[in-house]
Each structure stands twice: as C-alpha cells, then as structure tokens.
Design a protein around this ligand. Structure first.
Ligand SMILES: [Zn+2]
Length: 379
C-alpha cells in the first residue's frame, strides 16, 4: 500500500493516533480520542546495523542474485525489520571489495532493495587476530588498515552509509579511523583488546561505536583489566548489544543498561542465514555452522558463537523481558537509535518514510502479528 491510513496506539506516548501516508511518506499524524479497534500498536520499523544473512541466504557468498537478496529483505520485512546494513565479514580483501561492489550493483537495480538495504557494515579484516578476540573471523585474512584500503572501500561503496568495525590496536588503525571519518565512513571498534589509552585515541580520531559489546572477546577475561571494563570507562562510544539472552547473559545485559547512558546503547541481531529459518546447518562465508532448537549458532566442536539466529523482533521482546520493562521502552534501541548512529532518520513523523510496523497483541499481551503495511515492491 503506497497510500493509506491507520488507527492505532502510538508506541512512545501510548495514545491513540491516526496516521496517514501517501506515496510512501507520512503525511499526517494526529492524536484522536476514540480507541483503536484492537490491541493494535504502531512503531518505527526495526533497523539492524549488522545482518550477515537471513532466511537461508548468506551474504558472504559470491554467487548471490537479486532474488536471493529479495528473499532476505522480504523475510526481514515480514519480521518487522524494514531497514538494515548488509554485514560483510573478514575475507581476502580483494574478494571482500568485489562482493561489496557486486551487492551494491544488485541493490542499484531494485527499488525494494534500495529501500531496505540502508548501507554496508564492513566487519573486518582490520580486527584482532588474537585467540577469542577474532571470534568466527579467519585470522588468515586479517591485515592492517591503510589510507589506500580506506580509499578503496569508499570508492567501492560510493556515497552509501558505511559502518566499519575495526580494532584500533592494528598498526595504522588510528590514522585509518581519521581517514575513514573524513571520508564519511562511521567507525565502530570491535573484536579488539585495545588499551584504555588506545580506545581514547580512537574516539579522539572519530570512532563513534563499539560493536557487539560482550562478544568478540574470549569467554575468560582478567577480572582486573579487560576490554569490557575499558569500554565502559571510555566516554563517547555508542555500544551495540545482541539481546538474545545468549550472547550476553541477562545479568550482564542489565548491568550494561545501568552503567551506560540509555542513548549510548543500540541493539543488533548480528543475524546470519539461520535467522528467520528452522534449525539446521548453515553457511557463514566458508564456515559450516549448526543451529539447534535453542537458536544458538555454533561452529561444530567450538565454544564461541558465530553470529546469531535471532530475529530482530524477538530481540526486542527478549530485551524487555531481561530488563523487566515494557517492549515500548526498548523498541527505540532497535529502531531509532541505530538509525541515529548511521545519520539516518527513522521516526514516526510527518515527512518521514512510512516504513513502520503495526503490531497486534492478544488478550494476554502476547504478540500475535507484526506487519509492515507500506512496503514498496519491485513486483
Ligand atoms: Zn563480530
């Protein structure tokens, strides 16, 4: 529906509203007194900055087609996620850049893909190769950043939003952050064991995020001095957390919310192909992974997690459950907050894109359905 109107509860102020949109843009949003017919709520579309794959489609493969991307995009939209960054992980640099150029060319030929794929998250290869810190990334392909590589990345991504996750302890990384930021790339730190001083230098050079805090590090850490404590003490970083109850334990999840400014947290699923799909065997690049009924993604024989099978919408409700608060309170951390880090607006206001979610709940306040009524389509 490129135009229409709806009567629902507004997720933020929890008042009844009537929203109208035309040609995919919100044209009016008015408070009304009569209550909506059902437990029907409206909220901005979910926005995930780290999607490695979805619905059986692995974005790390070389032979992806427009149909593959559309399958992932439509499945994400079915699950309430209207926009996301395609995450490309550590690989041979030339292959990584070629993959980016190819996916970008597919996106350029589709309105539907352009609407949903907000840009690119390049996670690697400038990461820590140390045990535990590299996670599922192959240390063989890791390398130091350079001004030439940053320029190549900018060239391959055009003027699309790019989030680059890197480890500031790599040789030349602080300079690379400066280069990247001056070319409009948003830098997030991650898969790193950087010292407090280096984290501060990275922030001073323009780094603004920290990628999936609590992950990308060994299971066992020094209680006196470790990357978690150092990040929590470094001001100026917007931190992403995977809210699936598994990547970060519920007590740590709650503690992070107590310690950090509420505006300094956003959620990401870090989803791979198994998200939005049944348990089974899935690819993440060259890795063969197993996903059990518990939705945990494992590398056979290893303890570390490799991405998640979390649907963003489930992340919202798991976060609310862990924090024992209403879903409306955490929703912005999976919608407006990540968009803000990217410099994109994703709000329920007149003039904004009408890519919002309609949520319907049952008598026991259980989510029955999420729908994005306004999506564009190539078909
Ligand atoms: Zn990672």
């Amino acid at each position: 529906m490129i135009s229409g109107e709806l009567h629902a509860w507004h997720f933020a102020n929890r008042d009844p509203i009537r929203i109208r949109w035309n040609r995919g843009i919100i044209t009016s949003l008015e408070a009304v007194t009569d209550p909506p017919p059902r437990e029907q709520w409206i909220a901005p579309g979910l926005f995930d900055l780290q999607i490695n794959g979805y619905a059986g489609v692995d974005f790390q493969q070389n032979d992806l087609t427009r149909e593959h991307l559309l399958k992932a995009v439509r499945s994400m939209r079915r699950d309430g996620c209207t926009r996301f960054l395609v995450a490309l992980i550590t690989d041979d640099w030339a292959h990584l850049v070629a993959r980016l150029r190819w996916l970008r060319s597919l996106r350029a030929r589709s309105v539907e893909l352009k609407d949903a794929i907000a840009g690119w998250h390049i996670e690697g290869p400038f990461l820590s190769a140390e045990p535990g810190f590299h996670g599922a990334h192959d240390p063989e392909w890791m390398r130091d950043p350079s001004p030439e590589l940053i320029e190549e990345l900018r060239d391959a991504s055009g003027d699309d939003p790019v989030l680059l996750t890197l480890a500031p302890e790599r040789t030349g990384a602080v300079q690379a952050i400066d280069n990247a930021v001056s070319r409009g790339i948003i830098v997030s730190l991650g898969h790193t064991d950087a010292s407090a001083r280096l984290l501060q230098q990275a922030v001073a050079a323009g780094a603004r995020g920290f990628t999936h805090l609590g992950n990308g590090c060994p299971r066992v850490l020094d209680r006196h001095d470790n990357i978690l404590w150092r990040v929590l003490e470094t001001p100026g970083l917007m931190v992403s957390i995977i809210p699936d109850r598994v990547h970060v334990s519920p007590p740590l999840f709650r503690l992070l919310h107590r310690l950090l400014d509420p505006d300094a947290i956003y959620y990401t699923s870090d989803a791979m192909a198994a998200a939005g799909s049944p348990p089974g065997k899935y690819q993440l690049g060259k890795l063969q992974l197993e996903v059990g009924p518990d939705q945990v993604v494992r590398q056979p024989g290893k303890q570390l997690f490799a991405g998640s099978a979390l649907r963003p919408i489930d992340g919202v409700f798991r976060a609310a459950e862990m924090l024992q608060c209403a879903w409306q309170e955490v929703w912005p951390r999976f919608s407006t907050a990540p968009a803000r880090l990217l410099g994109v607006r994703n709000e329920l206001t007149v003039g904004q894109r009408a890519s919002f979610c309609l949520l319907r709940f049952g008598a026991q306040h259980q989510l029955l359905e999420v729908e994005v009524p306004t999506a564009s389509s190539d078909a």
